[in-house]
Design a protein around this ligand. Structure first.
Ligand SMILES: Cc1cc2nc3c(=O)[nH]c(=O)nc-3n(C[C@H](O)[C@H](O)[C@H](O)COP(=O)(O)OP(=O)(O)OC[C@H]3O[C@@H](n4cnc5c(N)ncnc54)[C@H](O)[C@@H]3O)c2cc1C
Length: 376
């Protein structure tokens, strides 16, 4: 029996893969019910290939919006790099999907047997004993399992116990994410856009006929709080020199639909597993959101972990899983960290824009497909 902690993107996908491959599991989540909050995320083709494998692709597409063109631009929406996603559609059958995180979570939950997800169960600590792991929850209850999988996100308690020296890094940037309760003008419907200015950037994409997601990133000290009475005014001032679409989005978003998070990641750790315990997703390798790959990599983890286990059912496959995934994931974490630094640079930002506008399309596409392709 595999016990999974955390019903986020990674834990739920792992459960779906286990379900498909007939691997015994149970899943425990600290929340009382699925989370209705959150904002939009992009699911790149590598994530969608896994969701197709587990049979939830149609359900997810039903509640998301297809992005067929991804544009990196300057603040006036003049492209620095413009990438059609149609070749991806030809290659995989789909391009990128923008979706509300809560809707994605619900679609994954609905595809799982209800009795295997235990809500309101917050993991507290584990004890490895011989070939078993005894797991204790904050309500005092315990379960015994052969294996434990920590899918409990960037602030993972499983990781804190397994690798107490692991460190969260603050990127020096904070992010506001908003969901406007209406669609974009039709010419932007299928576009994912990120505009880079001087020390600030803004991204957007439609999530459905009634929702559009946006994010705004700025350098900041950590742990700052907003005065919500003036937040929209503050943001519209920051972005006054950007394309008018930006401030239309901010102005038309209800203040309750704007979230703020500091951008952090996990300083890469040497191991994701020890004994009968393994970490996946953000618990193992949280990345900054600059490549839109954190959730996708959590999804890939579920796929490869399930495959490794089903190919060698009598063996502890956690080491094989780490060996398979470590290099790819860490290179994404590093690339994303540096992309964030470049995206929010202040000095030299106009030279940066000129350089980016000159990068050959072939190189951009090569890099993109190296991320989109699953490695067998
Ligand atoms: C601003 C921002 C934008 C992003 N955009 C994208 C994007 O466009 N595309 C993309 O692919 N990724 C994106 N990501 C990254 C993505 O959100 C994460 O990488 C992804 O959610 C990781 O999934 P996970 O399952 O590992 O963790 P999570 O989704 O965080 O899930 C962890 C789960 O564990 C539960 N949990 C925590 N502690 C306990 C406990 N003690 N006991 C039981 N349960 C517990 C939590 O309640 C939660 O349900 C973005 C992230 C941010 C911050």
């Amino acid at each position: 029996m595999y016990t999974i902690i955390g019903a986020g993107i990674g834990g739920l996908t792992t459960a779906l893969v286990f379900e498909k491959l007939n691997i015994k599991y149970q899943l425990f989540e600290k929340a009382k019910a699925p989370n209705a909050l959150g904002a939009g995320i992009w699911l790149a083709p590598n994530a969608l290939q896994v969701l197709e494998f587990v049979g939830v692709l149609d359900a997810v597409f039903k509640v998301g919006n297809v992005v067929n063109r991804i544009t990196l631009s300057n603040q006036k929406l003049e492209p620095l790099a413009d990438s059609s996603q149609l070749p991806a559609k030809e290659k995989y059958g789909f391009s990128t999907l923008a979706i509300h995180r809560a809707k994605l979570q619900l679609a994954l939950i609905e595809a799982l047997p209800k009795e295997k997800i235990h809500w309101n169960k917050a993991f507290q600590y584990f004890k490895q004993e011989n070939d078993a792991v005894i797991i204790t929850f904050t309500d005092g209850s315990q379960v015994e399992s052969q294996y434990l999988i920590g899918a409990d996100g960037i602030d993972s308690k499983v990781r804190a116990q397994l690798f107490p020296k692991s460190q969260i890094r603050y990127s020096g940037q904070t992010c506001w994410r908003g969901v406007m309760k209406s669609a974009l003008p039709s010419e932007y419907k299928e576009r994912g856009i990120e505009m880079w200015g001087k020390g600030i950037r803004f991204g957007l994409s439609q999530l459905s006929e009634t929702e559009t997601s946006w994010f705004a990133v700025q350098k900041s000290k950590a742990f700052q709080k907003d005065n919500t009475a003036v937040l929209k005014e503050k943001l519209t001032t920051y972005f006054k020199d950007f394309h008018p679409l930006v401030n239309q989005l901010i102005s038309n978003t209800e203040i309750d639909n704007i979230l703020r998070n500091d951008i952090t990641d996990l300083k890469p750790i040497k191991h994701w597993q020890k004994g009968n315990v393994c970490l996946i997703g953000d618990a193992a390798h949280a990345t900054t959101p600059n490549m839109g790959q954190g959730g996708a990599q959590a999804i890939e983890d579920g796929y490869y972990l399930g495959r490794m286990i089903s190919e060698n059912p009598n063996k502890n496959s956690f080491k094989d899983f780490q060996n398979k995934r470590y290099k790819r994931v860490n290179s994404i974490v590093m690339q994303s960290w540096f992309t964030g630094k470049i995206a929010n640079m202040t000095a030299g930002y106009s030279i940066r824009n000129i350089i980016f506008s000159k990068v050959p399309k072939k190189l951009i596409d090569k890099n993109m497909y190296s991320v989109y392709d699953l490695k067998d």
